[in-house]
Each structure stands twice: as structure tokens, then as C-alpha cells.
Design a binder for this molecule. Structure first.
Ligand SMILES: Cc1cc2nc3c(=O)[nH]c(=O)nc-3n(C[C@H](O)[C@H](O)[C@H](O)COP(=O)(O)OP(=O)(O)OC[C@H]3O[C@@H](n4cnc5c(N)ncnc54)[C@H](O)[C@@H]3O)c2cc1C
Length: 431
């Protein structure tokens, strides 16, 4: 089918220019066969009904084209059916150029612009002027009850062709209403951003001498998250031996700031980074929950340099490391330090199940010998027997135990029974 708009617009002179400029062949493809009957589809209808202005061209007896701007409330150019549009003609400057032109030649060209979306629709049609006397019912359909302007007549246009134009060279422009709408959107986006920033205090939390920034967050298990901490200038941090911990300031949901301790879990050879791993305690006082909910990359802290109440022995006696659950954090750093020092050691790590045990995979890769895992809540799996481990340990070994109170108690009891001197059993309880 031939495009109706092209059929009307592409006169012999127009076609001659197209031929000269090389576009004739492509346009010719749209002009084959009988001419289609133009029919407005959903896109055209929605576009027309959203317009609050358009331009209308008409021609007088002299042949001069005349372009008139028409404006009204959005949708004042009404789609009467898929082939017809119409609008109410309000009282104006009383020149009546368009109305007069239509008396001699009913052909019009409409030009509808959507500046913000850089879209335009061109329509050819034949106009009929109606008034109260000729068709009061149709005039009532064209009227806009909420628009306070006097309707003089109605213009009903039977569409003979339409065409969408490319957006090139349309500068986006906005009506006052559109600007207000965009300001509202931008204002609420800024407000949302500000409230997110308030949740993450701009100010560093705490007042220690050491300024740290959270530079990485990793989910190690469903309840444990690791936080990487760097100095603000990414320089070296105060050295932290295995077993050390940080006193960390935490802002609770009620706004109060409390301190919680977290063991340094990274390999102590890293001088420019600390890492802590935080177990989310749902029935606690909210410290670990607040960390999980508010700390993110960029969170700034001011802390005291690390303290160490759980240091490794400095000589070459063998070691037995026993970790329960989140107690793996200092034990991991200890294993890495002992390996580097070539001190023989065993690592026994117990958790409720595989999914509760942070760092388990990388420990298995790093420590191919002397690494044992146990599950306390998986039927059929080996449970840790602390007394047995201690009984079969190398002669003179030093024991390091970190985990639940019950685990630490079990180690103490076994040491008593086996006659192991208390200074050979080091422990750290998190509670
Ligand atoms: C030296 C040190 C190192 C630590 N390292 C880590 C670490 O690496 N990772 C980590 O996640 N946590 C670590 N902790 C624990 C941490 O400091 C917080 O206590 C923990 O995050 C919970 O804080 P919370 O405010 O969420 O809950 P809290 O209110 O402190 O409660 C946590 C849980 O412990 C129970 N609880 C509270 N007090 C006791 C108690 N006296 N005896 C038994 N149960 C108790 C609560 O019922 C709750 O289930 C460490 C603690 C210390 C002292």
C-alpha cells in the first residue's frame, strides 16, 4: 500500500528534488500499490490527546500559505474517531485568516510537537467548520468545560495522511507544568539521597586516633559479613599481631554510640588492611545488627589502635588452635602467622553446619595438613571432642581456644584432667 501522506506531499517537483538528492528510490518503496486509508493507531491517539498546542497551515485564494498557532488545555485537539480530529475554535484577535481560508480551500496541514520528547506528528486533512446552528451536538463534544474561553465555532478535520518525523534538530523545551513536575522529581530524589546519607553519617564515628574507612564488604555466610578497613590515606596501619582485636564504635538504631570488639581476621602480614568478620546476632543488644545494616563502603571510623589480649607464644613450641563458630576470626590469623613462622600446629574448627563457617574454604586451601572441621548440628557428622584433641596433641603444645563459652569450659576441664598447665591453655571469649 502507498503511504497516504507521501502520496499527497510528494508532488512532481518534490520527487524531482528527491531524485537529484538521491532519496527518491527509498521513498518510492513506500508509494507502491493503492493509496492506504490513513487510520490513527493507539500511538497517534495518545500523542494527539496529550498536546496542548499545535500549528495549523492553510492557504488563501492567493495561494499564500498561512500558519496559525492553536493552543488550549492538553487534549483540546480531540480524536473523534480513527479518521477524524477536531477542536473548538475560541474567540481570538478577530482576523479570521484561517477561517476565511477554509471557506475557499478546506485543506489543512497540522504540525504537532512534543518538545521534551523530541517528537512531531504531521497531519494532512480536510477541515469543516461547524457552529451551534449546523451541529450543536458535535460542537459540545469539542468543547472543554473546564477551559474558560468562549467557543465561536468548531473545526472538524478528516485525516488524509499523517507522518511521524525524526527527532533531529528538535531542542527539548518544557512547559511551566513540565518544569514544575521535573523540579518535584529532582527534589524528591535529592531528599531520598539526603536521607540515605543521614543513615550513613558523614562524620567519622568514634574519636580514636586511627582513622579507618570501610573499603570492602563481603558476605561470608548467611549471618557473617567481612569488612575490610583501610587507613584514610591507604598507608600502612599500626602492626597487629595475630589474636588482636579492634574496639569499634557502633551507632545503634536509637542513635546512641556503643563499642563492640572484633578480632582482626586478616593475615597479619597485610600491613595496609585490617579485616573484621561480624556475626549478626538477632537477639543481642543490636551492635552487630547495626553494623550489618549501616556499614557500607565509605563508612568512616575513628578507633584506637588494635589491642591484643590473646597473643601467640613467641617460641617454637607446637600449637593447637581450636575455633568454634565466629571464634575462627583470631584463630585464622594465628594459623597464618604460625605457618609463616614454620611453627607446627593443628587447626580444629567446629560450626553448626558448613553454611555457618566463615572462611572454611580458603582455610582448606591454605592449610592442607593439620586442618580438621566438625559440625555440631549435622547428624552423622563428626563432632569436636576437645578433650580427645588435647589428649593427643604434640608434647608441650600450647592451646588457643576461641568460641562459645561451652567450648572454652570444655577445654579448661580437659586441661585440668590431663594435667596441662593453665598457661598452656589460652582462650578468648567473645561474651
Ligand atoms: C575480644 C573480642 C573479640 C570479638 N571478636 C568478634 C568477632 O570477630 N566477630 C563477632 O561477630 N563478634 C566478636 N566479638 C563479639 C562482639 O564484640 C559483640 O559482642 C557481638 O557482635 C554481639 O554484639 P550485639 O550488640 O549484637 O549483641 P550482644 O548484646 O552483645 O549479644 C550477643 C549475643 O550474646 C549473648 N550474650 C550477651 N552477653 C552474654 C554473656 N555474657 N554470655 C553469654 N552470652 C551472652 C546474647 O544473648 C546474644 O545472643 C568479640 C568480642 C570480644 C570481647
Amino acid at each position: 500500500m502507498a503511504n497516504a501522506f507521501f502520496h499527497t506531499a510528494f508532488t512532481p517537483n518534490v520527487k524531482a528534488v528527491q531524485t537529484r538528492m538521491g532519496s527518491r528510490e527509498a521513498y518510492g518503496l513506500h508509494e507502491q500499490g493503492p493509496v492506504e486509508e490513513p487510520e490513527l493507531g493507539p500511538n497517534e491517539i495518545a500523542f494527539i490527546e496529550a498536546r496542548d498546542s499545535f500549528y495549523q497551515g492553510s492557504a488563501g485564494e492567493t495561494g499564500w500559505p498561512y500558519v496559525q498557532h492553536r493552543g488550549g488545555p492538553a487534549g483540546f485537539l480531540k480524536v473523534l474517531d480513527a479518521h477524524t480530529v477536531g477542536y473548538a475554535d475560541f474567540a481570538g484577535n478577530r482576523q479570521y485568516i484561517s477561517t476565511g481560508n477554509l471557506a475557499g480551500d478546506n485543506r489543512v496541514s497540522l504540525f504537532l510537537m512534543d518538545y521534551p520528547h523530541q517528537t512531531r506528528l504531521k497531519i494532512f486533512g480536510r477541515a469543516q467548520v461547524i457552529d451551534e446552528d449546523s451541529d450543536s451536538g458535535l460542537l459540545a463534544r469539542l468543547d472543554n468545560p473546564h477551559y474558560r474561553a468562549r467557543v465561536e465555532r468548531g473545526i472538524v478535520i478528516r485525516i488524509e495522511g499523517f507522518d511521524w518525523n525524526c527527532p533531529k534538530y528538535i531542542t527539548p523545551r518544557y512547559t511551566e507544568g513540565e518544569v514544575v513536575q521535573r523540579i518535584k522529581q529532582a527534589t524528591s530524589a535529592l531528599a531520598a539521597q539526603a536521607s540515605r546519607q543521614n543513615a550513613r553519617p558523614e562524620e567519622a564515628l568514634g574519636n580514636g586516633a586511627l582513622a579507618l574507612t570501610v573499603t570492602g564488604v563481603r558476605q561470608l555466610t548467611p549471618r557473617i559479613r567481612a569488612y575490610e578497613l583501610h587507613a584514610e590515606d591507604w598507608g600502612d596501619l599500626p602492626p597487629a599481631e595475630a589474636g588482636a582485636h579492634l574496639d569499634v564504635p557502633v551507632r545503634l538504631v536509637d542513635g546512641s554510640v556503643v563499642t563492640r570488639q572484633y578480632s582482626l581476621a586478616a593475615d597479619p602480614r597485610h600491613r595496609d588492611m585490617y579485616e573484621i568478620a561480624v556475626l549478626r546476632e538477632s537477639d543481642g543488644r543490636g551492635g552487630s545488627r547495626a553494623i550489618h545494616e549501616t556499614w557500607q563502603i565509605g563508612t568512616r571510623l575513628r578507633v584506637a589502635p588494635p589491642a591484643n589480649h590473646f597473643p601467640l607464644h613467641a617460641d617454637s613450641r607446637p600449637a593447637v588452635l581450636i575455633a568454634g563458630g565466629i571464634g575462627i576470626t583470631p584463630i585464622k590469623a594465628m594459623a597464618q602467622a604460625l605457618k609463616r613462622r614454620n611453627v607446627p600446629f593443628e587447626l580444629h574448627y567446629t560450626g553448626r553446619s558448613l553454611a555457618d563457617m566463615a572462611y572454611r574454604d580458603r582455610l582448606a586451601v591454605e592449610f592442607t595438613n593439620g586442618y580438621f572441621t566438625y559440625f555440631s548440628r549435622v547428624p552423622g557428622h563428626r563432632r569436636l571432642d576437645v578433650a580427645e584433641v588435647m589428649e593427643h596433641a604434640a608434647v608441650g603444645a600450647v592451646f588457643y581456644v576461641c568460641g562459645p563459652v561451652a567450648l572454652i569450659e570444655a577445654a579448661r576441664t580437659a586441661a585440668n584432667r590431663l594435667g596441662i598447665a593453665p598457661e598452656r591453655v589460652q582462650q578468648e571469649s567473645f561474651y
